[in-house]
Design a protein around this ligand. Sequence first.
Ligand SMILES: Cc1ncc(COP(=O)(O)O)c(C=O)c1O
Length: 382
Amino acid sequence: MTQLVVPPARPVFTSSDRDAIARLVDEALTSGSLTLGPVTERFENAFAARHRADAGIAVSSGTAALEIILRSIGIEGRSVVVPANTFFATAAAVLHAGGRPRLADIDRSTFALSAASVASALDNDCAAVILVHIGGVISSEVEEIARLCAEAGVPLVEDAAHAHGATFHGRAAGSFGSAAAFSFYPTKVMTSGEGGMILTSDERLAAEARMYRDQGKAGFLGGEHVRLGYAWRMSELHAAVGEVQLARLDSFLEVRRRAGSRYATGLAGAAGITSVPLAPGTASNYYKYLAMLAPGIDRDEFKRIVREDHGVGMSGEVYSSPLHHQPVFRSITHGPLPVTEAVCAHHVCLPVHSDITDDEVDHVINAVRQVAADLAGRALIS
Ligand SMILES: Cc1ncc(COP(=O)(O)O)c(C=O)c1O
């Protein structure tokens, strides 16, 4: 019998999805309206409605979405609280928008900023706080964090690059802060090839964001540049892919959530590997399935054996290296970050695809249980 091979990532486009995209692309090419046209507007409205936000502003990437939000808030010369455990772009966007990232520690149960770390980082210099919904998990402290920010008069920004369709007590990612940034990079739960979306229910912020994404122009057809914007538009062709993927989001979530609960059951009682449990009310989109390896296990060796002996490609961590270890961020100021250090060093992400089968999930469970138990046993003996 040939062994199942489970890749680390697998974007899903059925033949009917591809046909639907081809029709929309044909529509755009025939009309000659190739950017900021009707397909993009439909995609924006549908994505905003799906996450219960008033406005969606489609842009060229999740990174652009973050920078535009920060420029629209106005953070120049001030600090922005960023978790030390996030993707490069979260902190880079702060620097590009003229601010100073201030790294704060995370909570080990959510991999995100904790209310306590936000409370201790908020001061008069703080222009915004960025909460990242790591792996598609919205922190169970999100309402407390939003309250702390509101009391301090500091906008809360959601980096929802991982969190399409994720909810906490039924409230969608993108509806907790002043604005949220989503990414449609190919590995994400839904993709437009490349692209991003800003969600906000703040009319002023939405108007600013629309100007920034289109070279800072006061209006699409005008020639007056009133902000230092950039070419951050989304093309109609990307929006066509995004619109079709959005129509599939609920079915993707169903598959991913089924895989998530199968992993949780299948890993219960395993030696050397433990699922990261979700708090009550948290409905992850399972962008990543998060698990911790026992401290004595070497993650690189674990991943190599799982891949070479079992054909399972583990997906990338979120994140293997905290921001303050990245050479480009060495000069960023931060206090002690012990939880970030431990989480980054010891977690793994099991593969989850929007069409993953029960057989594939079971194969991964058997593989990781076996390899983690072997390595944990070896660590005990040595
Ligand atoms: C947490 C986080 N923020 C921002 C981004 C940036 O998104 P993009 O790659 O679309 O620019 C990513 C993308 O990988 C991300 O994971």
